[in-house]
Design a binder for this molecule. Structure first.
Ligand code: SAH
Length: 245
């Protein structure tokens, strides 16, 4: 379905359907005004509030996907892409799919993504999100990643699982030599068990574990300071490389 983004001068965003009035707490914008609008037009609600109108980019739609399982935050997705150099040539393995947030984001920049999920109810959410975003390069497999898998020649495998160390054999078979294995875990014992298992496994070289901390700042005239709310913990990212054929 086609939507438009309406954005206030303060950056508040609303998604309007093309054929319906858009109701907001700042009044409503008539569907005729939406239909007749051009990209970048300034529309007025019935109460006189102004909104810029434009067609959503991928990130506008991505922020609206369905979420059930805890999705990985953008700051951590950014670090995964930067550290592993994921690009349009990359073939990615992802487990578990959860809501498919990471799989969908990576599919928007990579060649293809194969995502593993054991729960069928989550797979339905992933399918809905893939369709909503119009992605064509994701394969969903309803298979336990801890079991034998048949993917090969992957560039990057990303694990967001309770026991990522149990997926080392699968990832070792699926990754090409030089490929990256990334594990995203919220807690310290998971990081320890994963890194120790990687170090003991001769197919991999352990590289590093990082925590990405993002601090948003308030910038209002000369009141420029860190926001008083915001920093919470998401997860640790551990990076390894597959080395042995
Ligand atoms: N990265 C995802 C969230 C993953 S949540 C996102 O961004 O949306 C973790 C998911 O792993 C859950 O949906 C869970 O059902 C799935 N899972 C747990 N163990 C699994 C396994 N052994 N094989 C495949 N999926 C598994």
């Amino acid at each position: 379905m086609k939507t438009k983004v309406l954005m206030t001068k303060h950056g508040r965003k609303f998604h309007a359907k093309n054929d319906e009035d858009m109701h907001t707490q700042y009044g409503f914008v008539k569907k005729e005004d939406l239909r007749n609008s051009k990209e970048g037009d300034l529309l007025k609600s019935n109460t006189g509030r102004e909104f810029f109108v434009f067609t959503p980019l991928f990130i506008d739609l991505y922020r609206k996907i369905k979420r059930d399982a805890q999705i990985i935050p953008l700051k951590d997705i950014g670090a995964i892409i930067a550290e592993t150099g994921i690009n349009r040539e990359s073939r990615i393995l992802d487990a578990g799919s959860g809501s498919g947030a990471l799989a969908c984001f990576l599919a928007s920049i990579a060649r293809d993504v194969t995502t593993y999920e054991i729960r069928e109810d989550f797979i339905e959410i992933v399918k809905a999100n893939i369709e909503f975003l119009g992605l064509k390069n994701i394969t969903i497999k309803n298979i336990n990643i801890y079991d034998k898998i048949d993917d090969k020649d992957m560039d990057v495998a990303i694990l967001d699982l309770p026991e990522p160390w149990n997926a080392l054999e699968s990832c070792s078979k699926a990754l090409k030599p030089g490929g990256f294995l990334v594990s995203y875990s919220p807690s310290v014992p998971q990081v320890a068990d994963f890194a120790n298992a990687v170090r003991k496994n001769e197919s991999f070289v352990y590289i590093k574990t990082v925590e990405i901390i993002e601090r948003e700042w308030e910038v209002e005239e000369r009141k420029v300071r860190p926001k008083s709310t915001g920093i919470g913990h998401s997860g640790f990212l551990s990076f390894a490389r597959k080395v042995k054929a």
